[in-house]
Design a protein around this ligand. Structure first.
Ligand SMILES: [Zn+2]
Length: 1027
């Protein structure tokens, strides 16, 4: 899945960090296992299905994360249902593993009083045990000793099903005793009543003897169920449902035996979803104002169960045969090519697709009923097609060309041809994520697939990025799949890395290198927080599954793969990947499998795993401090952790492939030298005449460097003399690192300004956009803090620094993606800060655009021009009218951002309500509208009030933990920097309880406010002095 679009417009987190968590020690998988919740002894078939070592790894990890244990109690209790919750609270002594315990600070002998209490306790327990044992008729079972006057035996381990019977399973993960082999799915959607019926036949094999089948189902009304054992006769069975865990079960009196073959047939009915997951409805209105409806699916991660009963975990792969009925005016699509169409007695048509030729995880199944049109071409033996609503057919060409070229690239790069005969890319009018990699049927938001014939390079860059990401998933994710969501980075980190790598090779004109660099800076910002998490982390609840779709899985995952690739010689990375895909084709894996494959192809089998464990199993990243004494350079590493109280307690160490260049050779890859730092410090030799040293060549490593006062001064002097002594990535990296160190309190704001002195001579995109982004963030914080004097001074500072570059920008068509990015970033900042040249040119361009049908606004300047226009009453209304009639979605989105950037508070309220209600503005745009409104001075308090007042409606549309909710919370709270706002935010989220208080993003928001507060308090005097 690509969540690029949701996050792309978020403000970069300014300052980050913690207030609640204690810093966990370096993760030790084996430690403290006794501290984990213990459940009643398990039957053999109660082992959940986790092929290979994933479970051990994940659970082990969580044991040290004290804060998560606290959350776990709440969520586990909720998931396990009331009866279990009562049991656990009744039996929960003070030493319960669920209760957060402060780690003992030192070892001490128990006091005499403690000893007496312990002995008494043991005597009482022993006495009670004997009494119970000798009670007549009482046997020890998992249910304990039933009361003699009780008529119904109570099994407290099992929750109640909806019909009152005990539900025979207590875990979130399904039992491993039954494995699905094949699904036969028939779906009958009715687009008039927005309902559907389904008929699912699941063939299964018994892995271990068991008396139950447990699988997933959510919001489905099961009307009939039959069961067949081997060649026996089918018979009706009762299906039990336990809604809190979205599970259903069939219980048997006789044991099903390992090796037996089962068929479960289920008929059901349901409503088409009104949200963005499951089998959901969508609509579009054509040029003539005619509205038509359609139905599409979005299953990842937990919503296949909303369309058909299934074993909805990634490791339960099976084959699928899909049949869908439709009216004659519609067409249907699914993962496989269509096999045949038959007419039903009702007059409807039934499309039957080929049985899938590959084993698929349920989250990759997809089907669509719509009236789309398409264009196609053949690539090797695959038919590639791009589908859209008929009006937008002309916008599909770029996508087809791009997908075809990338498919060929991946076929070669992975040395494994794409598995299916067809590949459809479909633009869906209502779609929340950027795109979804369903095997053979990739679905997209319209803005991430469709571009006009005269689109800007930046629009093409976005579409190509999303396509490259989803195509990479056809191998990484679809062909080889993570066993469980804790290893989600194997899918998402990889697809994100491949998207940049493939575009760099196949579409260098799109300049995605700068995009990737900015992404790595974003990943560092998130991971510097105490509320961040290791790449591989315990995932035990539905909300935690959704929360895995975050910056760490995608952006840090991709950054670490880049670092690994850069540290391996030649083609070793690619060879390792080819080996991994070959070995695990069609199977599920854990992270270690990838490292083993990479190790296998390195000379002398040098362990990749050893290095990567330090990056995967600990949160955060290192800060390397450089100190130089004559010919010797000492590098020390520590955890780069932003804390509000300025203390860093973690003893984490990383295995860092440190790269460096110096003044004698600094630009070409051959200049790069490598030093491996595994311990807290290390030394390297350097000739005395070396003037300066720059670490992290081209910023391919996931760490930050502090050069010390002298080291920084030498670099700044060098840049002031000649900016070309370093690559543009290295210059951007210095700017990024300097601001980061300022947040950490290691450099003064004066040093930051001293580095930025050189920027007047800077003309490259990456350093300019990085400096602008950092300065704008500070500007916004001062603005929201109502430090009006400083706001004016910061504004003058920014405009002054970039004035000559702003005035050099042209306003006509610009072909280079890099220059478009530079121009749009510069001018958007300039106009938002009222730079007269910028505002005047934007106003003039808009006027020409209105007066003449022939004047086009270049794509990269549209948002800026519309935003300036929408500042006036008349302009805002005009842009709104254009928005209502525009059909080209990329343009429409820019108009929407212009409308949302208004400073008129009544219009702000109107647009917030419009997007929530889905009237005029699609609800899928809510995260974008919220982040745009929150950026403005007038709107940021409105969005905060709005989410408090409308929280229940928001989580109806976007589930707790989802990327959309994460984005909404971050954009609404990340600019607060006062105690009053900290208290408000804390109070509100605490009051939500199970409706969102336990989300990681809430901790992140609170940390960010606290850090903003500290950073402001520390730096306001410096601003007053130096700005
Ligand atoms: Zn993805």
């Amino acid at each position: 899945m690509d969540i690029f679009l949701i996050r792309a417009n978020l403000p970069r987190n300014m300052i980050e960090n913690s207030m609640f968590e204690e810093e966990p020690d370096v993760v030790d998988l084996a430690k403290d296992s006794a501290a984990f919740p213990t459940f009643p002894a398990l039957d053999p078939d109660e082992v959940v299905y986790e092929p290979r070592s994933s479970r051990l790894l994940v659970r082990g990890l969580g044991e040290n994360e004290l804060d998560e244990e606290e959350e776990d109690y709440e969520s586990s209790a909720r998931l396990l249902g009331m009866s279990f919750m009562n049991r656990s609270s009744a039996h929960r002594p003070s030493s319960s593993p669920y209760t957060r315990q402060a780690p003992p600070r030192s070892c001490s002998r128990p006091s005499a009083r403690t000893m007496v209490v312990c002995v008494l306790f043991l005597v009482i327990v022993a006495s009670m045990t004997m009494v119970l044992y000798f009670l007549p008729g009482c046997t020890f079972t998992r249910t304990g000793c039933p009361k003699s006057n009780s008529t119904t035996p109570i099994d407290p381990a099992y929750p109640n099903s909806t019909n009152g019977e005990l539900f025979p399973w207590t875990e979130l993960r399904l039992p491993a005793s039954i494995r699905p082999l094949h699904y036969d799915l028939t779906l009958n959607p009715d687009l008039k009543t927005m309902t559907f019926t389904g008929h699912t036949v699941i063939s299964m094999s018994v892995q271990h003897n068991t008396k139950r089948i447990v699988l997933h189902s959510a919001e489905l009304n099961i009307t009939k169920a039959t069961f067949q054992l081997d060649d026996g006769k089918p018979s009706d069975v009762t299906v039990l449902e336990y809604k809190p865990r979205q599970q259903i079960a069939v219980k048997f009196t006789e044991e099903l035996k390992a090796g037996q073959h089962l068929v479960l047939t289920l008929d059901y009915s349901a409503n088409l979803s009104h949200n963005y997951d499951g089998f959901y409805n969508s609509s579009h209105t054509d040029k003539n104002g005619v509205k038509s409806v359609l139905a599409a699916t979005q299953f990842e991660p937990l919503a296949a169960r909303k369309a058909f009963p299934c074993f909805d975990e990634p490791a339960f792969k099976a084959t699928f045969l899909v049949k869908i009925s439709r009216e004659s005016g519609y067409m249907t699509l699914s993962n496989m090519p269509k096999a045949k169409t038959t007419e039903l007695p009702s007059g409807l048509l039934l499309d039957e697709f080929e049985k899938s030729s590959v084993n698929m995880s349920t989250y990759l199944v997809a089907f669509i009923v719509a009236n789309f049109t398409s264009i196609s071409e053949n690539v090797s033996d695959t038919l590639v097609s791009v589908y859209s609503v008929p009006d937008k057919k002309e916008h599909t060409r770029f996508a087809l060309k791009t997908a075809s070229k990338l498919l060929q690239f991946y076929n070669n790069f992975f040395d494994k041809t794409y598995s299916l005969k067809k590949l459809d890319l479909v633009a869906i009018p209502d779609f929340l994520a950027g795109a979804m990699e369903n095997w053979g049927l990739i679905t997209f938001r319209e803005t991430s697939l469709l571009v006009g014939n005269n689109s800007s390079r930046l629009e093409q860059q976005l579409v190509a990025s999303v396509i490259a990401h989803e195509l990479a998933h056809q191998w990484f994710g679809n062909l080889v799949t993570m066993s469980w969501w804790n290893d989600l980075w194997l899918n998402e980190g990889f697809a994100t890395y491949m998207q940049y790598m493939s575009l760099q090779r196949e579409f260098p004109e799109l300049d995605t290198d700068n995009l990737f660099l900015a992404m790595r800076f974003r990943a560092l910002a998130k991971d510097a927080l105490n509320s961040s998490h290791p790449v591989i982390v315990k995932v035990d609840t539905a909300e935690q599954v959704l929360e895995m779709f975050d910056s760490v899985s995608y952006e840090k995952g991709a950054s670490i793969l880049l670092m690994l690739n850069a540290s391996l010689p030649g083609e070793q990375f690619r060879k390792g990947i080819i080996e991994y895909l070959r070995k695990f084709s069609g199977l599920n894996t854990v992270t270690e499998d990838l490292w083993n494959s990479l190790t296998q192809v390195t000379p002398q089998h040098q362990s990749v795993s050893e290095m990567m464990k330090s990056w995967m199993l600990q949160k955060g990243f290192p800060l390397i401090t450089v100190s130089r004494s004559k010919g010797q350079v000492t590098l020390t590493q520590e955890h780069f952790l932003l804390t509000a109280d300025n203390t860093t307690r973690s003893s984490s160490l990383w295995h860092i492939p440190v790269t460096y260049v110096n003044d004698s050779c600094s630009l070409e890859p051959e200049c790069k030298q490598l030093f491996t730092l595994k311990t807290a410090s290390g030394t390297l030799k350097l000739p005395d005449n070396v003037k300066w040293l720059k670490l992290n060549y081209r910023n391919t490593g996931f760490y930050i460097v502090h050069y010390g006062d002298e080291g920084w001064k030498a670099l700044i002097d060098a840049l002031n003399q000649n900016i070309s002594v370093l690559t543009h990535e290295d210059r951007a990296s210095l700017i990024h690192n300097m601001f980061a160190l300022s947040r950490l309190g290691r450099v003064t704001f004066r040093q930051v300004l001293s580095l930025l002195n050189y920027i007047s001579n800077e003309t490259d995109t990456a350093p300019v956009t990085e400096a602008l982004s950092q300065l704008t963030t500070i500007y916004k914080l001062l603005d929201k803090r109502q430090e009006l004097g400083l706001v004016a001074r910061m504004k003058a500072y920014i405009l002054n620094r970039f004035d000559s570059l702003i005035c050099k920008q042209t306003w006509g068509e610009e072909l280079s993606a890099s220059k478009q990015k530079l121009r749009s970033a510069l001018l958007e900042s300039a106009c938002s800060l009222d730079h007269p040249y910028c505002v005047q040119n934007a106003t003039e361009l808009y006027k020409q655009y209105l007066e003449s049908n022939r004047t086009k606004i270049p794509g990269d300047l549209q948002r800026l021009v519309f935003t300036v226009a929408a500042r006036s009453d008349e302009g805002w209304v005009q842009v709104l009218q254009m928005y209502a009639h525009a059909t080209y979605d990329a343009e429409k989105r820019k108009m929407l951002q212009a409308l949302a950037s208004t400073q008129d508070t009544r219009r702000i309220v109107w647009i917030l309500k419009a997007v929530l209600n889905g009237e005029t503005v699609q609800t899928q745009e809510l995260p974008l509208v919220f982040s745009t409104v929150s950026n403005g001075f007038a709107g940021h308090l409105f969005t905060w009030n709005f989410i408090q007042e409308n929280w229940n409606r928001l989580i109806e549309k976007f589930p707790v933990g989802s990327s959309a909710i994460q984005s909404i919370i971050t954009s609404t709270t990340s600019q607060f920097s006062t105690q009053a706002h900290l208290d408000q935010v804390q109070g509100f989220f605490t009051s939500l309880k199970e409706r969102g208080s336990q989300m990681r993003v809430v901790q992140e928001a609170l940390e960010t406010i606290r850090l903003n507060q500290c950073w402001m308090d520390r730096n306001l005097p410096a601003f007053r002095q130096w700005l």
